[in-house]
Write a protein that binds this ligand. Structure first.
Ligand SMILES: Cc1cc2nc3c(=O)[nH]c(=O)nc-3n(C[C@H](O)[C@H](O)[C@H](O)COP(=O)(O)O)c2cc1C
Length: 153
């Protein structure tokens, strides 16, 4: 099994599109395993060193239904030694833009995880050039982190 994975939740496909961009950029260096959050147990993280977590935001800046169980399971885990980068799609019409991705970032840090790259917040679909550029930059920075981390260890 590879040591990079992406676990994501998407209802209308925007976060999934971000995942596709991230996966294809990461795959230039290393194959990333991809899982959907609603049918994946958080324990899957134990098999990986580098974990990308993606979620869209629902209600008032909340974790959406598909991501709730996974988010709760993280609270019982020791994530020391694991490296994370969180991403998501949202809509700036709402007050708490992309807050679910922020909540994931906070939770993994609380559990001892390290952040490879600050949260990626995408306005709706990454089709727009500016948004796509942000996704590519995020993926490249994650790759740099992994390359540097592998040299250290
Ligand atoms: C009822 C509802 C509530 C939402 N609440 C928020 C919110 O609080 N913050 C935010 O950034 N986006 C919010 N959104 C926007 C979605 O996160 C956005 O449409 C996103 O692109 C959906 O991602 P997906 O295509 O991966 O499902 C909300 C959307 C709906 C339908």
């Amino acid at each position: 099994m590879g040591n990079i994975c992406i676990v994501y939740a998407s209802m209308t496909g925007n976060t999934e599109e971000i995942k596709d961009i991230l996966a294809s950029t990461l795959n230039t260096a290393a194959e990333a395993d991809v899982y959907m959050m609603d049918n994946t147990e958080a324990e899957i993280i134990e098999d990986y060193d580098y974990i990308l977590l993606g979620s869209y935001t629902y209600d008032d800046g909340d974790i959406p239904f598909e991501a709730e169980d996974f988010y709760e399971e993280l609270e019982n885990m020791d994530l020391t030694g694991k490296n994370f980068a969180c991403f998501g799609s949202g809509d700036t019409l709402y007050v708490d833009f992309c807050n679910a991705a922020v909540l994931f970032e906070e939770r993994v840090q609380e559990q001892g995880g390290k952040i490879m790259e600050p949260v990626l917040k995408v306005e709706l679909s990454p089709h727009d050039e500016d948004q796509k550029e942000k996704c590519l930059k995020f993926a490249e920075n994650v790759l740099h982190f992994i390359a540097a981390d592998k040299i250290k260890n």
